[in-house]
Design a protein around this ligand. Sequence first.
Ligand SMILES: Nc1ncnc2c1ncn2[C@@H]1O[C@H](COP(=O)(O)OP(=O)(O)OP(=O)(O)O)[C@@H](O)[C@H]1O
Ligand SMILES: [Mg+2]
Length: 261
Amino acid sequence: MTLLSVRDLSLSYPLPRRSWRRSAPVRALHGLSFEMGEGERVGLVGMSGSGKSSLLRCLLAMEPAATGQVLLRGRPVAAGSVAALRWYRRAVQYVPQDPIASLEPRMTVAQSVAEPLLRLRVDCDPMRRAEEALESVGLDHRFLRRRPDELSGGQAQRVAIARAIATRPSLLLTDEPVSGLDMTSRVQVVEVLRHLSEVHGTAILMVSHDISVVAGLCRRAMVMDGGRIVEDRPVAAMLRDPHHPHTSELLNAAPPMTAAA
Ligand SMILES: Nc1ncnc2c1ncn2[C@@H]1O[C@H](COP(=O)(O)OP(=O)(O)OP(=O)(O)O)[C@@H](O)[C@H]1O
Ligand SMILES: [Mg+2]
């Protein structure tokens, strides 16, 4: 069944008002269309500046300038009040690129994980739900009272994942989830994501410039170039026979492949 439908999505960043150059606005996305199924894991790869983060921001309903349509289970996501978007924000959660910077330094781990539950008015016991989310990323009760500066990079990334899954989302958007981590933590974080997706049926859209990380988690990958999706195919086929020159470049830049999921 279709979970997410994206139709003809475009985004232009306006120029700064006092720009002295007479150039056109930056066109970051050019009429993207794609679908994702329930529980599906999809990698989003592309060179720097190809529009990956811009697409995620649109999917998070954070870019009011975007045109086109995003539907979740057929329900359109309309820009609107905080209250009107609450259903969508519970269902679509985000794991940011830099977990330590994304966590409020004065909050304990338990408070950080419970915060979206309170903000989005999820009907549950926030502390119990936070403990449960932390447990599912492999962090026990000893971490509840820690603060971000008392965590390793891999632990902070797992806290960020726990924070994102606490609302029990249907879709998780992750931006370079392992890029700042050492090899051991990378493998652990990818395993945590796979486990969550398999146990809870959570769909994942994972941005990475590293196609080998994508191959470790996703069957399908989309390649972006210049704000367009230029390939959308099974990763295994892409590795064997890249169609677009940018895909070949990405393959050449990547470390040796891990087995496809
Ligand atoms: N706030 C902004 N204002 C103006 N232009 C922007 C803004 N954010 C991004 N851009 C431009 O939009 C294009 C796409 O940027 P985006 O950040 O989506 O790329 P990316 O694929 O995520 O790159 P990276 O791999 O470096 O994170 C780039 O040309 C970038 O310079
Ligand atoms: Mg980016």
